[in-house]
Unconditional design. Sequence first.
Length: 287
Amino acid sequence: MRLVQLLSLVLLSCSNTSAQPSSWMEPFPAHTIAGNLHYVGSKDLASYLVTTAEGHLLINSSFEDSVPLIRQSVEDLGFKFGDIKILLISHAHSDHCAGSARIIRETGAKHFVMEQDANAVENGGANPSRLKASYTRFTPTRVDRRLKDGDEVTLGGTTLVARLTPGHTPGCTTWTLKAGGLNAVIIGSPNVNPGYVLVNNQEYPGIAQDYERCFRVLKSLPVDLFLGAHGGYYDLTDKHRRFLFAGVSNPFVDPEGYKRYVEDRETAFLTELARQQKLKAADQLNR
Ligand SMILES: [Zn+2]
């Protein structure tokens, strides 16, 4: 099969919505996690609303078809979708940012993105190397502010801090904030996707060192509320069930679960890195 045909097949299979996990588009009850931090995503594609008296911040637009669902969740909590002033993302992959253009059109929100992911957002994921990571295209979206590690985003007295946790994408961002007096950490993604090249990656040199930085940063953060770009990172479904029947304790407070998750993901990264290094060494021996 010619390369062009192969690539278009890959593109087709990536853009085929039936290939997505059904949990990505399945509605999920909107709920307040703590203080002014709320969950407005689907069963697995996490979106977070941070409400203030001067308007709201939204983290993750998900897919274009997710936007009505996010809007419904915002309204279910008694807030106005049009009051979203700032849109943020976890990273420049379509499942977290493809709905951004539509949300900006509908709300007029400003769009802040970590600088290392800003070009991908503005060109709609045009980098062809991303096909290796089942990366799909999305509507290019203007970025109003390019963020650096440690930058603060403040609205109505609430401050979110952007932490660069790269590797999964060069600008993968973990958001931290204080909500109801608790330290909330929304992990951007520590995952090595199938097909990711960790050794001698020409399009992303230093990817392995970036993952190492990601884990260093994640392990350094003070955590009460363990959250992430996908509900599956932190057992959203199970915790939400307990949340509904909770007495005084908030099941989203889970520093131990956070620690276990980060350690598990680091082990997965190191295992995959070792596997690829071994393959590379064998390949060089055979030359
Ligand atoms: Zn991703």
